[in-house]
Structures are given as structure tokens and as C-alpha cells.
Design a protein around this ligand. Structure first.
Ligand SMILES: Nc1ncnc2c1ncn2[C@@H]1O[C@H](COP(=O)(O)OP(=O)(O)OP(=O)(O)O)[C@@H](O)[C@H]1O
Ligand SMILES: O=C(O)[C@H](O)CO
Length: 379
């Protein structure tokens, strides 16, 4: 029997890599001869770099960057010498999980550090870049990244704008002449964790601003500031990308990647599956086991378990989900290729206990699945 074990991370509980190891340990107890492929996944957000590094032979490198608040930090990125490809995860430099809850600020946080990672990739000689977006602390539509790459964003007195999305309301001049010339020959593929547009009720500020500390008034202010930035960009570029699905990913970084780096935008899980050659793993698999913290109706908009199930269905491989919990409308996942889904808890336990025991519970559920398989294959 061959099982592909391809979970996402379980937010606040386990990394995708540790989750895959826990599932594998549970199965091995019952099916010691099974062939198990551990393939940690990511949808663009935090942990996606690890998933890409685990599956490719890319080397892990680090660079000194500014974090989302402009403080000095170290961020990892990946380098694949043979293909001269760099892997950059936005959340490594500008991630929400790196900030304490009371440090979150959607108004002033910056993606400058992402630009610094791209400079590190260019310095290494990158010809292609995989940029993964999600899990950001930022809402600056990529303005910080643009500045780190040599773009100039000036107010009406010719002064550089301070960091952050709110300051974009004061933008008077957007000057791209100083952009790093090496960008012209860099091919950029972007993995986005959501398909939201840049602006409006489904936009970056309205939907994801509040989790970064934005109040209702901040959301309004940010939406207007980003709209003003998009107007300038459209004037200079002769093309408007604000409506593009995924433009609103990572506080509008999807927009900047398309507009200023000429990137293609793809659902993160699709891009990651392709990078790790998932189809080859599926070709002779009997089962795929995947999972995330919560499976719910939202998961249908391109999150890991659904992306995997849709792909596995093409190969006639059943997909089983082990989720921390099954949220509203999780049953809709059955219409999207998921064969069965199980929650992890073994009783009425608190969230804190569920998070602390996530690895143990995952191994237990996986073990039960393996026992079912044994009975089924005997019949
Ligand atoms: N083992 C667990 N048991 C119960 N809940 C969990 C468990 N692991 C994670 N969660 C919770 O599930 C929620 C969603 O986690 P998930 O890993 O699906 O993150 P996500 O994909 O980034 O979700 P979202 O986009 O909804 O923030 C989080 O609030 C997390 O605390
Ligand atoms: O970073 C964010 O804003 C969310 O993960 C959506 O991309």
C-alpha cells in the first residue's frame, strides 16, 4: 500500500512537516510495510517555504532584513542552483505570526523585508523566483517591497513616504526608473493563498486588515490609500490590476507582484503541488491523507485539503482529511473530492489542550485509519 501524507500546517499547533511525521508514525504502528511519502504542503502562507525546501533539493539560505515593523531580523529563503531559482516566502520577512498580538499594525507595517529577500536572490544570480504570499502582517500593497527594489514613492514635497499602507494616501509621485535592472530578466511566479481582489468589500483591507489590528476606520482609510496607489500604478503602467483574483493576497502584495514584477498569480496549493511533482506521487497512490487546523466552507476557496482532493480525484485516489476541527459547512468538501474527514479531538477538550496534543491526536487518528484499511483490504 502506498499513502501520500500531505498536510498543511495546523495553525498555532504544528508545522506541516511535524504533522506529516505524526501521521506517518500512526500509520506505521499498524501497517509497517506501507510505503509512506511525507509531503508537507503550504498554500502560500507561513510554512510554504519549508514545504518547497522539503520537496526540492533547494538550499536554505538566510538574509538580514527588516521585519514588518522595520526591526532588524533574519529571514530564510531558498536557492536551487541548477535551475537558478529562488524561493521567497513573504511571511518569513513580513509575517503576522512573528509579531506579538499587541504589535500588530495594519496601518504602518511594511513589506520592505520581502524586497530585501528578492535583492538577495538577485545577488545570487536568480533567473526565476517563486514568491509565496499569505500570512502577512502587512497591508501596504507591496509598497515597501517596491522601495527596497529601488522604486521611489514620494509625497507632494518630494519626500519619501514613511512605511505602511496608510501613508500611500499621500503618494504624489511614483517613480519606477530606479528599479533594480536585474528584475527585467527575472521570471516571477506567485503563489497566493486567497483569490480576493485588492479593494472593496472583498479586498485586502476589509477582509484581512482586522486580523492585522485594523479597526473599521483603519480599513476604510487603508482601502482608500491602496486605491490611490493603484490609480498611480495604472497611470504609469497603462494597465490596471486591482481586480485581479489574488491581487488582495498578503495585504495587496499580489497586486504589486503582478504590476511591478510581471508575476503570474496562481493558487498557492496548485503551485506548490507542481513544484513538488505531486502528480507523480499520486500516480500509484492508494490514499492521500491531508489536513489543516480547521476544515470548513472557507476551505473551498482554494485551501490545501480541497486543492489536494481535486488533484487526487483526477487520479482516482481517495483523499482523507484529518482536521483539528470541522467548522461550518465542512460537509460541502464532499462535493470537491474529499472522501472522508475526521476531527482530531477524542473528547470534549479545550482549544488549548487540542493545540497542545495535536501531534498525539493526529497519530491516533492516522492509526485508526490504518486499521480500517487493514480490515478493508482483507475483505
Ligand atoms: N488541533 C487543533 N484542534 C483544534 N483547532 C485547531 C487545531 N489546530 C489548529 N486549530 C485552529 O484552527 C484554526 C484554523 O487553522 P488552520 O491551520 O486551518 O489555519 P489557516 O488555514 O491559516 O486558517 P484561517 O485562514 O482560517 O486563519 C486556527 O484558529 C487554529 O487555532
Ligand atoms: O496575508 C494575508 O493577508 C492573508 O493570508 C491573505 O493573503
Amino acid at each position: 500500500m502506498k499513502i501520500v501524507i500531505a498536510p498543511d500546517s495546523y495553525k498555532d499547533a504544528l508545522s506541516a512537516r511535524d504533522a506529516a511525521a505524526a501521521i506517518a508514525a500512526g500509520i506505521e504502528r499498524e501497517l509497517p510495510d506501507a510505503i509512506l511519502h511525507q509531503c508537507p504542503m503550504g498554500d502560500g502562507g507561513e510554512g510554504t517555504l519549508d514545504a518547497l525546501l522539503a520537496a526540492t533539493s533547494a538550499e536554505r539560505r538566510t538574509a538580514s532584513v527588516q521585519d514588518a515593523l522595520g526591526r532588524e531580523a533574519t529571514a530564510a529563503w531558498g536557492w536551487h542552483e541548477a535551475s537558478r531559482t529562488a524561493f521567497v516566502e513573504l511571511a518569513e520577512a513580513s509575517g503576522l505570526q512573528q509579531l506579538k498580538r499587541d504589535e500588530r499594525t495594519a496601518l504602518d507595517s511594511t513589506t520592505f523585508g520581502v524586497g530585501q529577500l528578492i535583492v538577495a536572490a538577485l545577488d545570487a544570480g536568480a533567473e526565476s523566483l517563486v514568491l509565496t504570499l499569505g500570512g502577512s502582517a502587512t497591508n501596504d500593497a507591496g509598497a515597501g517591497m517596491l522601495a527596497a527594489l529601488g522604486g521611489r514613492l514620494l509625497d507632494s514635497r518630494g519626500n519619501p513616504l514613511p512605511p505602511g499602507g496608510a501613508a500611500l494616501a499621500e503618494l504624489a509621485t511614483l517613480d519606477l526608473d530606479g528599479l533594480d535592472p536585474r528584475l527585467a530578466s527575472l521570471t516571477v511566479q506567485t503563489a497566493v493563498d486567497v483569490d480576493n481582489p485588492l479593494l472593496g468589500p472583498r479586498g485586502a483591507s476589509a477582509v484581512f486588515g482586522p486580523q492585522k489590528g485594523a479597526t473599521e476606520a483603519d480599513v476604510e482609510r487603508l482601502d482608500q490609500a491602496l486605491s490611490h496607489f493603484a490609480d498611480h500604478a495604472a497611470r504609469i503602467l497603462g494597465e490596471d490590476f486591482r481586480e485581479l483574483p489574488g491581487a488582495g493576497a498578503a495585504g495587496g502584495m499580489g497586486f504589486a507582484a503582478r504590476a511591478f514584477l510581471g508575476a503570474t498569480l496562481r493558487p498557492g496549493i496548485e503551485l506548490v503541488m507542481d513544484q513538488v511533482d505531486f502528480d507523480t506521487l499520486l500516480a500509484d497512490a492508494d490514499w492521500v491523507i491531508t489536513g489543516e487546523g480547521q476544515l470548513d466552507g472557507q476551505s473551498l476557496s482554494g485551501k490545501t485539503p480541497i486543492g489536494i482532493a481535486r488533484r487526487a480525484e483526477r487520479f482516482g485516489v481517495p483523499t482523507i482529511v484529518l482536521a483539528g476541527r470541522l467548522g461550518d459547512q465542512w460537509q460541502a468538501s464532499f462535493d470537491h473530492g474529499i472522501t472522508a474527514a475526521f476531527a482530531l479531538a477524542d473528547g470534549p477538550i479545550t482549544l488549548d489542550e487540542a493545540l497542545a496534543r495535536c501531534g498525539e491526536l493526529l497519530a491516533d487518528r492516522a492509526r485508526t485509519l490504518a486499521r480500517l484499511w487493514r480490515v478493508g483490504s482483507q475483505g
